[in-house]
Unconditional design. Structure first.
Length: 94
């Protein structure tokens, strides 16, 4: 199992591929694996929302989590839509 930056990068890439539906053989994954990917995706979004709530800029979050800037923006948009609040109010929900 990968640890540290390499592990986080691998998880992030798997989550992004799952979200975009571009992963090779993604339809062949068993339900347990799909559930694990969904769990990691939710955790990643939670961490991202916390970093945004405490004032980090999108570019800083992207660098820290080894994500693309567009991926960070998309995740922040998802959190905003689900909670009904703006980025500056995330801290109240976390």
């Amino acid at each position: 199992m990968l640890k540290g930056k390499d592990g986080l990068r691998g998880i992030r890439q798997s989550v992004e591929a799952f979200q975009k539906g571009r992963a090779t053989g993604m339809n062949k994954l068993d339900e347990r694996t799909k559930a694990r990917i969904e769990f990691v995706r939710k955790k990643l979004i939670n961490v991202l929302a916390k970093l945004a709530a405490f004032g980090m800029r999108n570019a800083e979050i992207a660098e820290k989590l080894h994500m693309s800037l567009s991926g960070v923006k998309q995740a922040i948009r998802i959190v905003s839509e689900k909670t009904g609040v703006g980025r500056d109010e995330f801290a109240a929900f976390l």
